[in-house]
Design a protein around this ligand. Structure first.
Ligand code: C2E
Ligand code: CA
Ligand code: CA
Length: 756
């Protein structure tokens, strides 16, 4: 018996040592407490093993010491462990008290050889061998009180934890509590039965192993099961589980709801599902499909997915079908796609998406069925500046509606930039004239605000054999609009062979410009400006290009080209310098007449106009009053405030500012109030109207009178007859210019005519 027990103890010792090492190396935080506790359990077992094997008194005494002191370490380490295992905040008081008791107990053992206060041993015979059993004294009772006291504390901790923890989590605490109680009871039995061999140590060993397993390896399967089935029931998807034979064995709540709520009617599940979703392949797993039921806003989207279920060895144990209502996801996805392909302000396609759709369409359809349209709100900047961004946006969105309405048949439309739109025009539904008429009367009105929207519409007709290059098509359509000279008039233009040739011609003359300036092929002609008495007051410098091949080119032929390319700056700088040269010459010859020069709106973009002009008059040492500056109201279309500043600056310096082509644009009288100008040049178009209708004549009269009040001189240009001259004279006009006096002529001719 002793031998058998010894072997069992030995096995426990080895097993516990191994567990201790493993626990020590464990990555889990609890590992070191487990190791500590096992370390505490080893000495009493070892002590008992010694007692079991020895026949020598001294050795037996050593065994007893190891046993009892070991009990102290065991109980203390169990207390420490239980704190962490039960996730209690370490209770310092209990642990300190336990610690002191254990130390005191150890002291009384240490003194025992001298005091004989605690225990001694007597020999007896077991299995025919000498065996030492305990003879307890009062100290031994104290020892037991200490051990039981602490043991009780541990039991209380575990009982508390078991009660406090939700049932499904409490399993691991209950098991350890149970093991602990059994060990305690066995130990107690051992003590009070006075049995010769101590069996209870086996219970402690088993307890150590149990703790090792539960603290480090236990996975609460029941808990997992419960959690998983809980999750499956809570899942919004309807789930149907089938066993290996294909029989439905379980469905969650949404599954039951889907099939009408019958609780345990698993037999008809497959039939019901087939009824709802059509043919379902229950035998195959690993598939999923999307079903669309209903149409329009009512459309419901469902995703069916069949999966197999395998056990931990990978063996198939059945399958499940999940049915998910993906209508919301699908809608959100559709909304997302819509947002990324549509412009938020106008709801038209975005540029990228439009290009993509057009490309697809042109690839699939006959491309000669279509044309490419580029539409631009020409006065967008003015609308924005004058009426504000809100009205600007409103105009854009109304224009988009207008385009949508017009984009019939297989047409497509999108927004290309802030103020431009792209259209794939279905030729079958497009007729140039009516479209042009329609766009030319297009207005937007918002409460009391109404404004004409000026549209420039460029169209590119796709040729039969052409490669599909959507961006290039749009470039060509846009290029066509850049050739519309009048920003105030709606116009529809085609990019065609004529335009292509014009563009080539433009490029040609652009390349020749520098040379033409250097060789003075480009030079000013002068047109006289006279006063009321018909005497010369000054002249306007008008540019001419005496082209070696094309002959005399009027500015209409090349100014728009250079305005587009920005080269107008070079032309104007050359013209201003030429004017200064002439003025310098006149000054030296004693002539006091002025020369007016033209400034293009584009000059303000590329040049510090004020700086440039000031430098010129300083260089030629002429009075700035002699060089008059003609600007048009289009200069004010962009960044009006900046332009005002430049003009004010020029006036302060001494230049005289003339407002050219007054009455042709949009702002006219309104602008005049704040415009810092000295002379008003009334457009000859106005004059022509005045012959036909009285109203225009009346307006001219009023403009002249009002200008007078404002201290502004009036100059009428385009005077062709004596009658016109007389009429304007009567109205009070100060200065006159026109063919009636002279056409623009070369400088020498001008001087010959007026100075000789
Ligand atoms: P603009 O500044 O309004 O110049 C007046 C235009 O009216 C000139 O045309 C002139 O020849 C024409 N004209 C003068 N009197 C009469 C008349 O009695 N009857 C008619 N039918 N026409 C008359 P031109 O020289 O062809 O110039 C056209 C436009 O080109 C100018 O209009 C001006 O805007 C621009 N331009 C001319 N020279 C320059 C320049 O050096 N720089 C810039 N940026 N533009 C210039
Ligand atoms: Ca002019
Ligand atoms: Ca003019």
């Amino acid at each position: 018996m002793r031998i058998v027990l010894s072997i069992i103890f030995l096995i426990f010792l080895v097993a516990l040592s191994v567990c201790m090492v493993i626990a020590m190396r464990s990555k889990k935080a609890i590992g070191k407490y487990v190791a500590c506790m096992i370390c505490g359990i080893i000495p009493p077992i070892a002590g008992n093993l010694i007692l079991m094997l020895t026949t020598n008194y001294t050795v037996a005494m050593v065994g007893f010491y190891i046993y009892f002191l070991g009990m102290d370490t065991t109980i203390y380490s169990i207390l420490t462990f239980s704190h962490y295992y039960c996730e209690l905040k370490p209770n310092k008081l209990i642990r300190k008290a336990a610690y002191i008791l254990v130390i005191l107990d150890a002291i009384q053992y240490a003194l025992n050889p001298f005091t004989r206060f605690t225990f001694s041993a007597r020999s007896t015979m077991v299995d025919g061998f000498k065996y030492y059993v305990l003879v307890p004294y009062f100290g031994q009772t104290l020892h037991r009180l200490v051990v039981y006291g602490i043991f009780l504390a541990v039991i209380i901790i575990f009982v508390y934890k078991c009660i406090k923890t939700p049932k499904i989590y409490a399993e691991k605490y209950w098991i350890i509590l149970f093991a602990m109680l059994i060990s305690g009871i066995l130990e107690t039995y051992d003590i009070f039965s006075n049995a010769e061999l101590d069996f209870s140590m086996m219970a402690f060993g088993a307890f150590g192993l149990l703790v090792f397993y539960f603290a480090l390896y236990y996975r609460p399967m029941k808990l997992l099961d419960k959690m998983l089935s809980g999750m499956a029931s809570e899942m919004p998807d309807a789930l149907f589980f089938f066993d290996k034979t294909g029989k439905c064995v379980w469905t969650n709540e949404p599954g039951r709801m889907l099939l009408g709520g019958a609780r345990n009617d698993y037999d008809s599940v497959k039939d019901n599902l087939t009824f709802l979703f059509g043919d379902i392949d229950f035998n195959e797993t690993g598939w999923s499909k999307k079903l669309t039921l209903g149409t329009g806003d009512e459309t419901q989207y469902t995703r069916l997915e069949m999966r197999s279920v395998n056990d931990e060895y990978g063996k198939n144990t059945g399958s499940y079908l999940s049915v998910r209502d993906i209508t919301e996801e699908q809608r959100e996805m559709e909304r997302e796609i819509y947002r990324s392909t549509h412009d938020s302000l106008t709801d038209l396609y975005t540029k990228e998406y439009l290009y993509e759709c057009i490309e697809k369409r042109l690839k699939n359809d006959k491309k000669t069925d279509y044309m490419i349209g580029y539409m631009e709100i020409s006065n967008y900047k003015v609308i924005n500046d004058v009426f504000g961004k809100r009205f600007g946006d409103f105009t854009v969105s109304k224009t988009a509606d207008f385009i949508r309405e017009g984009a019939r048949g297989k047409s497509l439309a999108g927004r290309l930039s802030e103020d431009s739109f792209g259209i794939l025009i279905d030729k079958e539904d497009f007729f140039g004239k009516p479209v042009e008429e329609k766009i030319s009367t297009f207005k937007v009105s918002d409460k009391d605000l109404e404004h004409r929207v000026i549209i420039h519409y460029g169209i590119y007709d796709i040729a039969e054999g052409e490669d599909i290059d959507v961006p290039l098509f749009f470039d060509s359509a846009r290029l066509a609009t850049t050739r519309i000279a009048d920003p105030y008039q709606t116009q529809l233009v085609y990019y065609d062979d004529k335009m292509r040739n014009e563009i080539i011609h433009d490029q040609l003359i652009s390349n020749q410009l520098q040379d033409a300036i250097a060789t003075k092929q480009i030079r000013p002609f002068l047109q006289p400006i006279v006063d009321e008495k018909g005497l010369l007051a000054g002249a306007e410098a008008l540019v001419r290009w005496i082209h070696p091949e094309e002959g005399l080119m009027p500015p209409g032929k090349f100014i728009p080209v250079f305005e587009r390319s920005g080269q107008i700056v070079d032309v104007d700088k050359h013209m201003w310098r030429s004017a200064c040269e002439i003025l310098k010459d006149w000054q030296e010859r004693g002539f006091k007449q002025f020369i007016s020069v033209n400034i293009s709106p584009k000059d303000f973009y590329f040049l510090d106009v004020a700086e440039e002009l000031k430098n010129l008059v300083e260089e030629y040492k002429i009075d700035p009053k002699q060089l008059r500056i003609e600007i048009t109201e289009t200069v004010m279309m962009d960044e009006a405030e900046e332009r005002f500043k430049v003009i004010e600056d020029l006036r302060r310096y001494g230049f005289i500012i003339e407002m050219d082509d007054f009455g042709s644009g949009f702002s006219s009288l309104n602008l005049l109030k704040d415009m810092p100008v000295d002379v008003l040049k009334i457009d000859m178009q106005f004059l022509r109207d005045s012959e036909r209708n009285l109203k225009a004549g009346f307006i001219i009269k009023n403009i002249i009178r009002m200008s007078d009040d404002l201290g502004i001189d009036t100059l009428t240009e385009g005077v062709e007859t004596a009658a016109q001259f007389e009429k304007l004279y009567d109205m009070g006009c100060k200065l006159y210019q026109g063919y009636y006096f002279s056409k623009p002529v070369p400088v020498e001719d001008f001087e010959k005519q007026w100075f000789d």
